[in-house]
Design a protein around this ligand. Structure first.
Ligand code: FAD
Length: 318
């Protein structure tokens, strides 16, 4: 059976969820071969094998930490040469998309970014993208070279499917560009203890309706183990950090559940959340456009509704 390369996003050997989702999608089009790079790469093997990787190619070198993405592109290019895959799948993070674009250019292939689904096709993998502020879905296929496809988080379920996961060392020779941009410092953002917005299975957002007070939104998020999002109006007012903005000029999220509180549903906000699987809104205006796209809508004051919802969830959690 043909093999599919999956680029592994991990932190010191701890594999991030979008990579496990890629393994689910990869199995639809071939046998997943994972490529894990950098410190802790070898530690990823067991979890990758448990989720369907038939092989795990690893490589560690100081270059991966000390220089920006090019060493990783060199390594993926080496993996493509070794495996001759039917496709290369990369998580749709900012770094993932940069790696994918550079790789596609290097190997003379077409690229599809931000896919939300992937299926096997007669002439190669077919990717679904959500376009024009999520008003349309398109299906497309790369017609030149080895398809390089980046996939948005939460596009597939994580499935435990044990496979061999045979580990081998990838042979990598870094090119002259690899050490062109050196990382001179890192300042990790202070952790909120909540999941990363773009990867979270549940996102609870607040808009202008929260009137500067995100306490109720945060409490609901914590009851659900969710990330907190915000509309641009809330961010522009300085009520929540820009890193949490959802929408056209913010982040794109596609969680299993999106709860919009005091958000009207402007097209630019919808662009960033419309592909969420289940959408719930709390808004005191029954005519708010957000109600056009919800699965469940509550017309009411969020300061009444949201605390009751949080209380009920906490009570049911026991
Ligand atoms: P509003 O539109 O003011 O809506 C507030 C809602 O809260 C209302 O529906 C109101 O009924 C409700 N409400 C008020 N009080 C309560 C209460 N107590 N309980 C319940 N409901 C209540 N916006 C984004 O979000 N993300 C983007 O990335 C983005 N990018 C943009 C890019 C461009 C180029 C432009 C022009 C605009 C962009 N916008 C973006 C802005 C967008 O057009 C809207 O202005 C914005 O989304 C409105 O935010 P909001 O829904 O919080 O506020």
């Amino acid at each position: 059976m043909s093999e599919v390369l999956v680029y592994v996003d991990h932190v010191d050997g701890s594999v991030r969820k979008p990579t496990l989702e890629l393994l689910t999608l990869a199995r639809r089009i071939g046998e997943p071969v994972a490529v894990a790079l950098g410190a802790g790469a070898a530690d990823t093997a067991s979890v990758l094998a448990a989720h369907g990787a038939v092989r795990v190619l690893t490589h560690d070198a100081a270059e991966y930490a000390d220089y920006l993405v090019v060493p990783k592109v060199d390594a993926l290019q080496a993996a493509v040469a070794e495996v001759s895959p039917v496709a290369v799948l990369v998580p749709s993070s900012a770094e993932g998309k940069e790696i994918a674009a550079r790789l596609a250019l290097r190997i003379g292939s077409g690229i599809i970014t931000d896919a939300v689904d992937l299926e096997a096709g007669e002439d190669g993998p077919v990717a679904t993208q959500s376009v024009f502020a999520a008003s349309f879905s398109t299906k497309s296929r790369v017609v030149k070279g080895t398809p390089v496809i980046t996939v948005k988080p939460n596009s597939a379920a994580v499935e435990a499917t044990p496979a061999a996961g045979a580990v081998s060392e990838l042979g990598v020779t870094f090119g002259s560009l690899a050490t062109g941009t050196k990382v001179t410092g890192r300042n990790p953002r202070e952790s909120t203890g909540r999941p990363e917005l773009t990867e979270a299975a549940i996102v609870v957002s607040g808009g202008r309706g929260v009137n500067a007070d995100f306490t109720a939104v945060e409490a609901l998020a914590d009851a659900l183990g969710a990330a907190v999002g915000a509309s641009r109006a809330a961010v522009d007012a300085g009520w929540y950090p820009h890193t949490n903005q959802v929408g056209q000029t913010g982040k794109s999220v596609s969680p299993q559940l999106y709860i919009a509180n005091g958000i009207s549903g402007a097209i630019q906000h919808r662009a960033g959340m419309q592909t969420s699987k289940t959408i719930v809104a709390v808004n005191k205006d029954a005519e708010a456009p957000i109600f056009d796209l919800v699965d469940y809508g509550v017309v009411g004051d969020l300061f009444d509704v949201v605390p009751q919802l949080t209380e009920e969830i906490n009570a049911r959690k026991g």
